[in-house]
Design a binder for this molecule. Structure first.
Ligand code: NAD
Length: 440
């Protein structure tokens, strides 16, 4: 956010707080957006409890390795992270005892803290769905204190370590109220050659530019693939990050144009010491909002072409140029789950991306490639600046954290999903939406 918009937002928050209305004023989130830190949880106090003692032990180790101090009982002085580890097979008895057993740890979490429930589970069950309901509800209650709440379902909870550390970190301050299901299997031992190369479509501005920055901070060479008319914006971004010498370059590419896409992917490959692309982020997207009854043909086809068909086509073209062990991250939208008035075209395209992400898993697994997606809620960019002010304010009130996200919030999640140890998340759609109340 620019200093001017930040000042306006601050003033607006102060004025809103004085109004005699049941409007929640958002707490400024603690965020860390620069280079990934070696000890992202330094100085954090974590309380790890639960009936799955094996999971609790391995997740305590992961938290400790990330710099946290770990305790196995609730502390009188509270904590920053409360982690509960349970096994879904223990059945509903564990839920009956839930409040008595874990209440002290969960209620002791300080403002800006994290609550993470890790469930040993191989699929949906009474316990997993019950915990999902708990997480969604608790997230709403504590979100006004900038506390976030998640459930992680995992057949082997020791594989949840890197996700738990990410969710507990200040890179995940805008994620809340979701259940993330991990897949089984050890992280493949394919080591990438450095520097790795990432392609980000639609990266000249907005969320794409933030993703490009985040990947550059994480030492990737980044190809900014955007339409030719965005060349100036791309150049400003490259200059800001230290010029082409810092490993960033612009390649004009309309993602609807197959020839331009091939040229862009070949350029990216040529930057890589291994001759292949490590990360593809399908971010380019547009809106052409209108009710279905009034929508012009062009408004329909443009949105479906850019937001869905181009992602499928570009991914297909990229496959032979991706490294084994590569990561593909699609930028979908919460609208793909929830739908939205005046966005039948956009919701169909973004919903299609969710299906694409889930169904590609078996095809990509033999090459240890993952496809995941992020589903942003309301994020402050040029795209959403077009949404009427009142609608934006209502959308903010419909989140646990009572605010919109920043492009960097999405970028931090994409950078995490691009890591090799995000392997268990393949096929997952991670919402970056401040705990939005709607959308299953
Ligand atoms: P934006 O309009 O600020 O940026 C979109 C970028 O995509 C621009 O640089 C644009 O030039 C580029 N682009 C558009 N058409 C292209 C094409 N045919 N080929 C190549 N590049 C093209 O939008 P944003 O808010 O940064 O959105 C980025 C992505 O996030 C989109 O897919 C959008 O649908 C999704 N998203 C945004 C929000 C939000 O609240 N901003 C919420 C959910 C999802």
């Amino acid at each position: 956010m620019s200093p001017k918009s930040a000042a306006v937002a601050k003033l607006a928050r102060r004025l809103i707080a004085r109004l005699p209305l049941p409007i929640a004023t958002p707490v400024e989130l603690h965020r860390a957006w620069g280079r990934p830190l070696e000890k992202p949880l330094a100085a954090r106090r974590a309380v790890v409890v639960g009936t799955d003692t094996e999971a609790a032990a391995s997740l305590s180790d992961a938290l400790r390795a990330a710099g946290a101090s770990v305790y196995d009982t609730a502390q009188d002085s509270g904590c920053d992270i409360a982690l509960v580890a349970v096994d879904a097979q223990t059945g509903v008895d564990a839920l009956v005892q839930w409040g008595r057993q874990f209440g002290a740890a969960l209620r002791g979490v300080a403002n800006h803290g994290r609550i993470i429930i890790v469930v040993r589970a191989s699929g949906p069950s009474v316990v997993t769905d019950a915990i999902h309901g708990f997480v969604r509800s608790l997230g709403r209650e504590v979100g006004r204190r900038a506390i976030t709440v998640h459930a992680v379902l995992a057949p082997a909870p020791q594989a949840a370590g890197s996700l738990v550390v990410f969710l507990a970190s200040e890179r995940a301050g805008f994620l809340s109220g979701q259940t993330i299901a991990l897949r089984d299997g050890p992280v493949p031992a394919i080591e990438p050659k450095h520097p790795q190369v990432a392609v980000v479509t639609g990266a000249a501005r907005g969320i794409g530019a933030s993703i490009a920055r985040a990947l550059a901070h994480a030492q990737y060479r980044v190809v900014i693939a955007d339409v030719a008319s965005q060349a100036d914006a791309a150049k400003r971004l490259i200059d800001e990050m230290g010029g082409e010498a810092a490993g960033m370059m612009f390649q004009p590419c309309d993602v609807r144009d197959e020839q331009a896409s091939v040229a862009m992917l070949e350029k990216a490959r040529s930057l890589s010491p291994s001759g292949c692309i490590d990360v593809l982020v399908n971010n380019a997207g547009i809106t052409r909002d209108r009710t279905f009854g009034r929508m012009a043909d062009g408004e329909w086809t443009d949105v479906l072409e850019v937001n869905l068909a181009s992602v499928v086509n570009l991914t297909r073209t990229a496959l032979s140029r991706l490294c084994d062990g590569a990561r593909i991250v699609n930028v979908s939208s919460v609208t793909g789950f929830s739908g939205n008035f005046g966005q039948t075209n956009y919701a169909m395209a973004k919903g299609g991306l969710i299906g694409f992400t889930r169904t590609m898993v078996p095809e990509l697994e033999p090459r240890q490639i993952t496809m995941t997606a992020v589903a942003p809620g309301l994020i402050e960019t040029a795209m959403t600046a077009k949404v009427p002010l009142l609608n934006r304010e209502i959308a903010k009130q419909m989140t646990s954290l009572a605010q919109a996200g920043q492009p960097e919030d999405v970028a931090m999640t994409v950078e995490f999903l691009a890591r090799r140890d995000a392997w268990p998340l393949r096929g997952q759609i991670v919402r970056v939406d401040g705990g939005m109340f709607f959308g299953a």
